[in-house]
Every structure is written in structure tokens, then in C-alpha cells.
Design a binder for this molecule. Structure first.
Ligand code: ZN
Length: 543
């Protein structure tokens, strides 16, 4: 059984070498009792060689209260050894020096040999440019579709971070300007306090794309002597994979399976989650904890909601024209699933996709037809493009987008990202349409705390603050939960029952603490497996 490193024993004594046992130490450095920032770091110390690598390198999206990795941007600091910033990094808020000892010694991104990424969602791949910026130059392995989507995701993320840093710098300037002494306005802050540096820029993100290497599904790929990886279908997002990692040789070989994010049964377009038979160690996502997804026919439910939205939209308003259905959807996956359903349902209002990133992502979805499930593959041979409803246009240009602000001469639908309406053109469309009763705003899936999407999907709200202005909400708000990309506990338990023997240990990650603890209890009860819910920065020897 793996042993957690005894932090208290490290001070003043020779630290136990990771060359003991089989020489594999796994550090949980993100999405540990939290949802985002997936980062699992391996130190391998064999007789003749030592190296380290990461499984996922995701960006942190939650606030620091919910995700300790957020508290300092440097989760794996280059200045390892300085204790200062660890006092805030330690999630317990207690002694920092002991926690430090649990980190890889002499860590530097430049020493990390390689990385593996399960899929292209920001919280799994979004920190690769940061690692590269700080010296990491090793290859990053992912499936071809995951690499294609990362090529869209990462530069966009760099751009957004630059914009956010500029905005914050301006805010800081204003704040510092307001400090007065004897009635005279003085700068109250140092330059360092004012200038916000983005975690990485668009240019830095583009530079990191050169690190990506593709590995096809269902192939054992030798990364280096004693290390192979295999990707199998995860049914979560195009290109998403469950990663099977084999470390070592002969009797000391260990198989570690990382679920990445795994999807529910009957995901639109994608192949089903592939079974796994054996793992010595399993790292499993627990996003939904013990929740069970409602059953029912997705397309029938969506058709019903759309029918009511169309009825509203047919009513003419003399000032704003016919009704508009504004749909906020994540650019990767959910928007394509929705388009796919619109086509299947036979939705016949004009549909405009107003998001350059979503348009690029749809291109990737169109390209990787070999990843489609049998139903989608069959539709492709008989019906042409799966993501183009009857009357359909993609609007990459701003000028075309602005034209949609005019009073609608007929009912239309506008689809945009972001899925929680935190930025982009969708916010403008919501601002323009929320005040009129013949419009509908639709949100597809989970809405995080503090987002406009969360506010608008809160029952009973009558107004919203957009770009600093109060906007009345008279439009109907629809919140659809049927596009979840995550399996519920029942589907996960079924998948786990397919294992021929229980793993030595299962680590639950990628979920709020209470969800993971409830799921831990459920797995122990239902399967009798040994399950751990690692804390941020906790590490384990994999024996
Ligand atoms: Zn994901």
C-alpha cells in the first residue's frame, strides 16, 4: 500500500529517497479537493536514472477560497526553497515549512522531462504556456484532436489574460492616484504594485504550441525507456482521453490510469467511454460526487424548450422586432453538441454562431470524423455537415456580429461563447435582448459562482448588471442541464466494475471537497476499494 510521506520526519533528518520501493512519487498539485487546475506530478527515481513529468497542466479558474492552488500563481515555484510564499500556499493555513518538504526537491520547470495532457479544456491544458515560459521545453503528448483544440484554446487564453492584466493595471493606477497627502494627489503605490503581469501572453502561448506531440487513441506509445502511454476514449470532449501510463519494467512495472474527465453515456457525436480492465493505481475525476443525472431523451427535452422559445419569438415588438433566442454555450464541445441536436430536431429558424473560437472549434469537430460514434458517422454519410442546422451562418467578423444588434425582422437564434457569459460577444447580445419579453436566453450547463450566467439562471431575478449598467430582465431564461460532459456516479461505478481487480489505491480528484468525500464513501461501500481524496500538495509513493 502506498504511504503518504511523513512531513514531520523530514526536518533535520535525511529524507527518505524516492529510490526506495519502486521509486515513483505522485504529487497532487491541482484539482485536489477542487475542480480546476488539474496537475498531477510524477517524480521517478530509478537505479540508473531520475526524471519527472506531469499528467495535465491546467489553469485554475476557481476563486482562492475554493481552490488553494489559486492563492499564489506559482504552484511549482522556481524559487523553491524560499519559505515565504508557502505560508499562503499551504491550504490548511498551518505550518508551511513541513509542507515544503513534500514538494519535489530542487524543482524547476526546466528539469521536467515531459508532459501528458488528457484533453484540451483550459483547466487541463491551460498552464502549459506558463510551464514553457518558465523553462519547460519537453514534449507534451495528447491525442491529435486535443492538440488541434489546444492550438485554438491557448493563444485565446493568452490574449484574454493580457486583456485582464491591462484592465487590472488601469484599475490599480486609478486606486493609487486617489491617495492624497495634504490635499495633493500622489502615487500611493510602487510600479510593481500597479503593473499586473499576465500569467502568459498570446505570444508565449503560441510559442508553447511547438511542444505538443500527437499520439493516436488505442496505441501503446513508448515515451522513453520504461515509460509508455496509451489514450482511450473518454466520451467527454473531442480528443479527450483516459490515460493509461506504464512505468518500469518486469515485476516492478506499475500501471497508473488517469481518467481525465469522463463523459456520460450517449454523449452526442462522441464514442462511448472505453472500458479499462486493470490499474495498479487509478486517478479518477469526481466532479459530480454522488449526484445522479436525470434520465430522459435529450433531444425531446430540448425540442420542447425550443418550441416554447419559438412561440415567444414569433410575437412582434414594434421597437425591437421579433424575438431572439440567445444561447450561451461553451465554445468547445457543448456548442457543437447543441448544433448537432438543432440539426437532428429540424430546427428551422435562422441560426447564427457568433464566436470566432467556437467557429474554429467546429472546424476541428468536422475534421476528426473518425472519432464519431456510429450514429453520428451514419448521419454524416447520409446528411452532410452535422453542425449546420437548416438556415445557418457562422460569423467570424465583428462587422457581421454588430448587424445582429438591429431589430430582428424575423425570429432568429444567436449562439455564442462563453458558456457562463463572462465575456465575448454573447454578453452584448444578452444586454441587448434581456429587456424584452419575446426573447429567450438559454444557458447550457453548470454556471459558476460570480458569473453573469449564474446570476441570470437564479430563479426570480428581475435585473442584471452588464458593463456597469442595470438591465431589466423580461426575457425568459432557460437553463438546460442535459449537456453535461461528466459522467454521474452510477456510470462511473459501472465503469469501475469492469476492472478485473481493485486498484491498490484510487485517488479521487477534480471535484469540490464535499462531493469527493461523498463519492469516496460510496465507492468504499459499493466496491470495497481503497480510496483516497488527496489534499493539495499531498504526495504518495506508488509502491
Ligand atoms: Zn474537461
Amino acid at each position: 500500500m502506498p504511504k503518504e510521506r511523513k512531513r514531520s520526519s523530514s526536518q533535520g533528518r535525511k529524507r527518505r529517497s524516492v529510490a526506495d520501493a519502486h521509486g515513483i512519487r505522485l504529487h497532487f498539485l491541482g484539482a485536489a479537493r477542487a475542480v480546476t487546475g488539474s496537475l498531477h506530478f510524477f517524480e521517478v527515481n530509478w537505479e540508473k536514472e531520475s526524471f519527472s513529468f506531469f499528467l495535465d497542466c491546467g489553469g485554475v479558474q476557481e476563486s482562492s477560497e475554493r481552490n488553494p492552488a489559486r492563492k499564489v500563481q506559482k504552484r511549482l515555484p522556481l524559487d523553491y526553497g524560499s519559505t515565504e510564499d508557502f505560508t499562503v500556499q499551504n491550504p490548511t493555513g498551518k505550518a508551511s515549512r513541513k509542507a515544503i518538504k513534500a514538494l519535489p526537491s530542487e524543482f524547476a520547470w526546466g528539469k521536467v522531462a515531459f508532459g501528458v495532457v488528457s484533453h484540451s479544456h483550459f483547466d487541463h491544458v491551460g498552464d502549459v504556456p506558463y510551464a514553457h515560459k518558465n523553462g519547460f521545453t519537453g514534449p507534451v503528448f495528447a491525442t491529435p484532436a486535443a492538440v488541434a483544440l489546444s492550438r485554438i484554446q491557448l493563444p485565446d487564453s493568452g490574449y484574454l489574460q493580457e486583456q485582464a492584466a491591462k484592465k487590472q493595471t488601469k484599475r490599480n493606477e486609478r486606486r493609487c492616484d486617489e491617495v492624497q497627502e495634504n490635499g495633493v494627489v500622489v502615487k500611493g503605490c510602487d510600479e510593481d504594485e500597479i503593473n499586473v503581469v499576465p500569467r502568459y501572453t498570446e505570444a508565449e502561448a503560441i510559442a508553447s504550441l511547438a511542444l505538443f506531440r500527437t499520439v493516436d487513441y488505442d496505441q501503446s506509445f513508448k515515451v522513453r525507456d520504461g515509460v509508455t502511454i496509451k489514450f482511450t476514449h473518454a466520451s467527454h470532449l473531442l480528443g479527450a482521453a483516459v490515460v493509461t501510463l506504464e512505468l518500469g519494467k518486469g515485476a516492478s512495472k506499475r500501471r497508473i490510469v488517469f481518467s481525465g474527465d469522463i463523459g456520460p453515456p450517449n454523449m452526442p457525436i462522441l464514442k462511448e467511454l472505453a472500458p479499462v480492465k486493470h490499474a495498479d493505481y487509478l486517478i479518477l475525476e469526481g466532479t459530480y460526487g454522488t449526484d445522479v443525472h436525470p434520465q430522459g431523451n435529450r433531444q425531446a427535452l430540448v425540442a420542447d424548450v425550443l418550441k416554447r422559445a419559438v412561440e415567444r419569438a414569433m410575437k412582434y415588438d414594434p421597437v425591437t422586432g421579433y424575438g431572439v433566442i440567445v444561447v450561451a454555450a461553451f465554445a468547445f464541445g457543448r456548442l457543437q453538441s447543441f448544433l448537432y441536436d438543432l440539426k437532428q430536431i429540424g430546427f428551422d429558424l435562422p441560426v447564427f454562431v457568433d464566436s470566432p473560437m467556437a467557429i474554429k472549434a467546429s472546424e476541428v469537430y468536422r475534421r476528426y470524423t473518425e472519432l464519431y460514434n456510429p450514429k453520428a458517422a451514419k448521419l454524416l454519410t447520409s446528411g452532410g455537415d452535422l453542425f449546420s442546422p437548416k438556415i445557418f451562418a457562422e460569423l467570424p467578423n465583428w462587422q457581421d456580429s454588430v448587424k445582429l444588434d438591429e431589430p430582428a425582422k424575423k425570429p432568429i437564434m444567436i449562439l455564442g461563447s462563453s458558456g457562463m457569459a463572462v465575456g465575448g460577444r454573447i454578453v452584448r447580445h444578452l444586454e441587448a435582448r434581456l429587456g424584452v419579453a419575446n426573447n429567450t436566453a438559454m444557458f447550457l450547463g453548470y454556471q459558476a459562482h460570480g458569473t453573469l450566467g449564474r446570476h441570470l439562471t437564479t430563479p426570480g431575478i428581475t435585473e442584471a448588471k452588464i458593463y456597469g449598467q442595470i438591465v431589466p430582465v423580461r426575457a425568459t431564461i432557460e437553463h438546460l442541464h442535459v449537456y453535461s460532459g461528466h459522467a454521474d456516479c452510477q456510470h462511473k461505478l459501472r465503469w469501475m466494475r469492469g476492472f478485473e481487480a481493485p486498484p491498490r489505491k484510487t485517488f479521487l480528484v477534480h471535484g469540490d471537497e464535499e462531493k469527493l468525500l461523498a463519492f469516496q464513501e460510496m465507492i468504499q461501500r459499493e466496491l470495497g476499494w481503497d480510496v483516497e481524496v488527496p489534499r493539495f500538495r499531498q504526495s504518495f509513493e506508488l509502491e
